[in-house]
Write a protein that binds this ligand. Structure first.
Ligand SMILES: NC(=O)C1=CN([C@@H]2O[C@H](COP(=O)(O)OP(=O)(O)OC[C@H]3O[C@@H](n4cnc5c(N)ncnc54)[C@H](OP(=O)(O)O)[C@@H]3O)[C@@H](O)[C@H]2O)C=CC1
Ligand SMILES: C[C@H]1O[C@H](OP(=O)(O)OP(=O)(O)OC[C@H]2O[C@@H](n3cnc4c(=O)[nH]c(N)nc43)[C@H](O)[C@@H]2O)[C@@H](O)[C@@H](O)C1=O
Length: 333
């Protein structure tokens, strides 16, 4: 069953017919080297797509409005997946809120305005689960958006993402283009950011436990109290969900993408220890922020369309630890 069988969405006169994307279609993946962008590139290549377009941030800074418009005119993509953003974990977000707000607003405005100016009919914007209120009823439904105060550690980033959702909805209403938005839960996997300070919890713990294991140390210290709950989706499942949405979904509302289950940070720390083989003691630094107590997404809208994740957290962690061992050698950052 497609999410929008009528082909016409409520509230806007968009017409979309669910169909597989043509394997020769030009698909621009903004942020193609990142955690999500590289997973999309792998997945689309594996499915036989031959006309993928990407540009690194040094080749094209998406904050450069004229440069972005020139790029769109030169490359003429048929699909755009906006997976480029300034992204970071709880400490980075709470330390640099102005950067997270302005960079992401600029990237979103420039990419979506250039897509509109060059008539891109299909665009997928990636937001984040942090757009929902700190104390939204759990699991969080899409219509919880804007019903309460945001979590302070990432409210600037969340506002930028909410603006992105609004820009997609406004283009649909004013121009009738079938642009869509997806809201991923916490993601992890190959090509993640493993920085000690700016990373999310899973890559941070993988690095911390692996370095302790290699050094024969028997003590690690994690952030916060370990009591918050988080939902973790492997990035290859995320890429698969993006392709599913592009070929099946049309509607003004953002679609939650997740597993529908969550664990405490203490539980995930134990899973990381098992995946690494670390058997030492674990300490918790309560001076670091916990962030929102829980942000489990209600993914019924996505599962009812026939999509479910395939990679369990246990399997995904073992695979990501192995990827880290094979690929991350510079541990000074
Ligand atoms: N990781 C997560 O847990 C979650 C991520 N998301 C969202 O998913 C999307 C992808 O995130 P993720 O893959 O984790 O992020 P990454 O940090 O792994 O990748 C971000 C990408 O954006 C590019 N980028 C950043 N700034 C600029 C710029 N100024 N100009 C051009 N390119 C830029 C980077 O390019 P380069 O590598 O060339 O520098 C990089 O490839 C984002 O929208 C994020 O908000 C949502 C929920 C959870
Ligand atoms: C995807 C989502 O990601 C961010 O929200 P977050 O989920 O709170 O981010 P996080 O993964 O950094 O932390 C999750 C939990 O884990 C605990 N924690 C323990 N030890 C470490 C640790 O070593 N590093 C980090 N980062 N967290 C740790 C940490 O204290 C917190 O309780 C948003 O900023 C925003 O980017 C967003 O949308």
């Amino acid at each position: 069953m497609v999410l929008n069988p009528s082909g016409v969405s409520g509230g806007d006169n968009v017409v979309f017919s669910p169909a597989p994307m043509d394997k020769s279609a030009r698909i621009y993946i903004a942020g193609h080297r990142g955690l999500v962008g590289s997973a999309l590139w792998r997945a689309l290549r594996k499915q036989g797509f031959t006309n993928l377009v990407g540009a690194t941030s040094s080749e094209l800074d998406l904050r450069d409005r004229q440069g972005v418009l020139r790029f769109f005119k030169q490359t003429e993509p048929e699909y755009v997946i906006l997976a480029a953003a300034k992204v970071g974990g709880i400490l980075a977000n709470s330390t640099y809120p102005a950067d997270f707000l302005t960079d992401n607003l600029q990237i979103q405005l420039n990419v979506m305005d250039a897509a509109l100016a060059t008539g891109i009919s299909r665009l997928l914007f990636l937001g984040s689960s942090c757009i929902y209120p700190k104390y939204a009823p759990q699991p969080i439904k899409e219509d919880s958006l804007l019903t309460g105060h945001l979590e302070s550690t990432n409210d600037a980033y969340a506002i930028a993402k909410i603006a992105g959702i609004m820009q997609v909805q406004a283009v649909r209403r004013q121009y009738g283009l079938p642009w869509i938005s997806a809201m991923p839960t916490n993601l992890y996997g190959p090509n993640d950011n493993f920085s000690r300070t700016t990373s999310h919890v899973l890559p941070a713990m993988i690095r911390r436990y692996e370095e302790a294991f290699r050094a024969g140390e028997n003590s690690v210290t994690n952030w916060g109290t370990g009591t918050p709950r988080r939902e973790f989706l492997h990035v290859d499942d995320m890429a698969d969900a993006c392709i599913h949405l592009l070929e099946n979904y049309d509607g003004p509302d953002q679609v939650n993408v997740g597993t529908g289950t969550d664990v405490t940070i203490k539980e995930v720390a134990s899973l990381v220890a098992s995946a690494v083989g670390y058997e030492g003691t674990v300490h918790w630094d309560h001076t670091k922020p916990d962030g929102t107590p829980q942000k489990l997404l209600d993914v019924s809208k996505l599962t009812e369309s026939g999509w479910t994740p395939k990679i369990s957290l246990e399997q995904g962690l073992v695979q990501t630890v192995q990827w880290f061992r094979d690929n991350v050698h510079d541990s000074r950052t």
